[in-house]
Design a protein around this ligand. Structure first.
Ligand SMILES: [Zn+2]
Length: 475
């Protein structure tokens, strides 16, 4: 298959650009990970699934991928949580880290190559602060180190933020800070009494959140790397500040491409504790939702568009997957005697070509699924019309298996919840096959009618012809 060079809408510059990587054929991706102070919600999971489909797509398109996802295991929330429970930071975050990886596994997310933890990368963070101080980009005040925004004339290049407005809006909040300029952000926070802290040349303290991601991305991917991802709410200030401090420290461009996933909303509303619509994966599984339907729904909308999560949409996703299951089942049981020809090769090539083109077009997953369902429809018609033979099924099943390396929703063997109930035709599908057999008998096409009866028998469906018409039952 010809490998298309993907293009992406780069938040930096807001332009569509073909992917150019530091090293041809390889791509380094940094993905901001969770702050491990609670269980992640499905909005977070939408972003992590977008990143999973990104890495899978790039691999499918032929790239060698190195993905880094950090775990923020020290910040105000984790420190407060540990204090409240009277345990160490590590003890406090351990169950949330475990829960996070369990969620990723349940949603069939491919593991990243590196999952660095902030608390294990203090020397790298301190080294960046030292470079910034030495270059005059930062200053020390009362045990904390601040980044000096005025030293970066390009500040705001990612978010397009209007710094005058920031200054106005934050004036009140700034009273409690002792910094040169209200816009300056903290690199290193001097320790308050009783807080967990690490030694530094400036006394005990802890890193600012933005600094964590700069240190861990550059450690594993180099000072200049290819793609940086996150949710739209990371653009400002988190990613803006990462760029400012990284490029000031190294004098080199930081990440080339910035991709941001839009918000997930629930029933048309923002998720909020007060509305009781902030679902975790565990909440959905407890309601009996199928993990692969959740995965399908979360990747069915283009990542740059808001995704409206509803239980109806989740049911729709489960139904869509059953249609693919049914086709796979029918393909595996194509009756003897059907003709073989070029039709299967055409169908498979159309699926693969359209699917690859959709992904190369700024990771358009909804268009990629459109290609899948055009294929499902065309293949079902071809089976109906007797245009697919036993020799064709391997090619078609292989095409489906190929695109599932990206989607990760089809292979039942990989989904524990599916193993108990092997996919077979739904009642509606059986009704349709039985009606098609009746129609063939009416046309006196007995070969076709027998083939359909054979297909039904292979699915464990017995058809009995009665004066009132055919009846069927599962055997
Ligand atoms: Zn980050």
């Amino acid at each position: 298959m010809e490998m298309a060079v993907p293009t992406f809408l780069n938040t930096l510059g807001r332009r569509r650009e073909p992917l150019e990587t530091v090293t041809p054929g390889r791509v380094g991706i940094y993905t901001c990970g969770p702050t491990v102070y609670n269980h992640v919600h499905i909005g977070n999971l939408r972003t992590f699934l977008f990143e999973d489909v990104l890495r899978r797509s790039l691999r499918w398109l032929g790239y060698e991928v190195t993905q880094v996802m950090n775990l923020t295991d020290v910040d105000d929330k984790t420190i407060r949580g540990a204090e409240e429970r009277g345990v160490s930071l590590d003890e406090y975050t351990a169950p949330f880290i475990e829960s996070f990886f369990a969620d990723l596994a349940a949603l069939h997310v491919e593991p990243a190559e590196h999952y660095p933890r902030a608390t294990r990368h203090l020397p790298e963070m301190i080294a960046i602060v030292e470079r910034l101080l030495a270059g005059g980009f930062a200053y020390l005040k009362d045990g904390s180190v601040w980044f000096r925004i005025a030293s970066d004339p390009d500040y705001g290049r990612l978010s397009g933020i209007d710094l005058e407005q920031v200054q106005q809006g934050e004036r009140v909040a700034s009273d409690e800070y002792d910094k040169e300029d209200v816009r300056d952000f903290v690199l290193w926070k001097g320790a308050k009494p009783g807080e967990p802290s690490w030694d530094s040349p400036w006394g005990p303290g802890r890193p600012g959140w933005h600094l964590e991601c700069s240190a861990m991305s550059m450690k594993y991917l180099g000072e200049s790397f290819d793609v940086h991802c996150g949710g739209v709410d990371n653009i400002f200030p988190h990613h803006e500040n990462e760029i400012a401090q990284s490029e000031s420290a190294t004098g080199k461009p930081y990440a080339r491409f910035w991709l941001h996933a839009e918000h997930l909303i629930v029933d048309g509303q923002k998720m909020a504790k007060s509305l009781g619509n902030t679902y975790t994966l565990k909440d959905l599984l407890a309601r009996g939702c199928e993990p692969r339907a959740i995965r399908y729904l979360l990747l069915s909308v283009h990542y740059r568009q808001k995704l409206n999560f509803t239980f109806d949409a989740l049911e729709g996703a489960a139904g869509a997957l059953r249609r693919v299951d049914e086709l796979r089942f029918r393909l595996a049981n194509v009756p003897e005697g059907a003709e073989e020809g070029t039709h299967a090769a055409e169908l498979a090539a159309a699926l693969e070509g359209e699917f690859a083109a959709a992904l190369a077009d700024d990771l358009n997953t909804s268009a990629a699924l459109g290609a899948l369902f055009r294929f499902v429809k065309a293949a079902n018609i071809a089976i109906e019309e007797g245009r697919l033979g036993r020799g064709d099924r391997a090619r078609l099943l292989a095409a489906l298996g190929g695109i599932d390396r990206v989607l990760g929703v089809l292979d039942p063997a990989e989904w524990p919840s599916e193993r108990a109930a092997p996919a077979g035709p739904s009642d509606e599908e059986v009704d349709r096959l039985v009606a098609a057999r009746e129609e063939a008998r009416r046309r006196r096409d007995f070969a076709r009618a027998d083939a359909l009866r054979g297909e039904l028998a292979a699915a464990g469906i017995a058809v009995e012809d009665t004066p009132a018409g055919p009846r069927w039952k599962r055997g």
